[in-house]
Design a protein around this ligand. Structure first.
Ligand code: 8X3
Length: 250
């Protein structure tokens, strides 16, 4: 990863932050993107490789293009884009779910990921070089109860990644997707709007993945030889068989 320039969205916490740490430890130059400026800057100050911080909401189309098109020359040639930003909001059947929750998920997980990709692409296409890794989810492979819109958003990530791989095929740009199952991050706390006991119940009796497990897998995907593309990787805790089957220890 030595001297590679890596842009990571959602780098403030969880998988994004753990991945940034891992990439920096391996010598990568980083563009850290997120919404919480102070946290990002404090984190950036702890890293030993060159870091540029971009503060924007991926759902804000204008802000995304302004930030990425305005990168200083030294950070303009992005070798690896990790589209990590995204979240679940609410856990409800369609008939009672909140439209605001739907908008939040579709705007970030789907449209935001597409905007960032489109903003980063021109220089990759010009250089006929680059690598894009999208964060899907087991929820992008199987639909589970009360998750219809979150699952829709992650199915969209899967479809977009497949399409991107086709469109970018003539340019030698790699596109891969990783689909984690249960990961112990702020994910469930956000989904349940700060209800910590509901969030913790998700992981009861299970040893879930931690952010560093996903960062390790992302690092592997990013480190294969140039002729190898890890196109689709499902990463589950051993106790999770699929989106709905989890063996919980009493
Ligand atoms: C997060 C994993 O299983 O909660 O994307 O949908 S799950």
């Amino acid at each position: 990863m030595e001297n590679k320039t890596v842009l990571i969205t959602g780098a403030t916490s969880g998988i994004g932050r753990a991945t940034a740490q891992k990439m920096s430890d391996a010598g990568a130059r980083l563009i850290l993107c997120g919404r919480r400026k102070e946290i990002l800057e404090a984190f950036a100050a702890t890293l030993s490789t060159p870091v540029h911080v971009l503060v924007f909401d991926v759902a804000d189309k204008t802000a995304v293009f302004k930030a990425i098109e305005g990168l200083p020359p030294a950070f303009q040639a992005i070798d690896l884009l990790i589209n990590n930003a995204g979240n679940a909001h609410g856990f409800d059947p369609v008939q009672t779910a909140s439209l605001d929750d739907w908008d939040a998920m579709i705007d970030s997980n789907v449209k935001g990921l597409m905007y960032v990709t489109k903003a980063v692409l021109p220089q990759m296409v010009d250089r006929k070089s680059g690598h894009i890794i999208n964060l899907g989810s087991i929820a992008g492979k199987e639909v589970y109860p009360k998750g219809s819109v979150y699952c829709s958003s992650k199915f969209a990530v899967d479809a977009f990644s497949q399409g991107l791989r086709i469109d970018l095929n003539p340019f030698g740009i790699r596109v891969g997707t990783i689909h984690p199952g249960m990961v112990h991050t702020e994910f469930s706390k956000v989904r349940f709007k700060g209800d910590t006991s509901r969030a913790e119940a998700v992981y009861e009796g299970v040893t879930p993945l931690v952010a560093e497990d996903v960062a390790d897998a992302l690092f592997y995907m990013a480190s294969t030889p140039a002729h190898v593309n890890v196109a689709d990787l499902v990463l589950l805790p051993t106790q999770q068989a699929n989106a709905t089957v989890v063996h919980r220890k009493k």
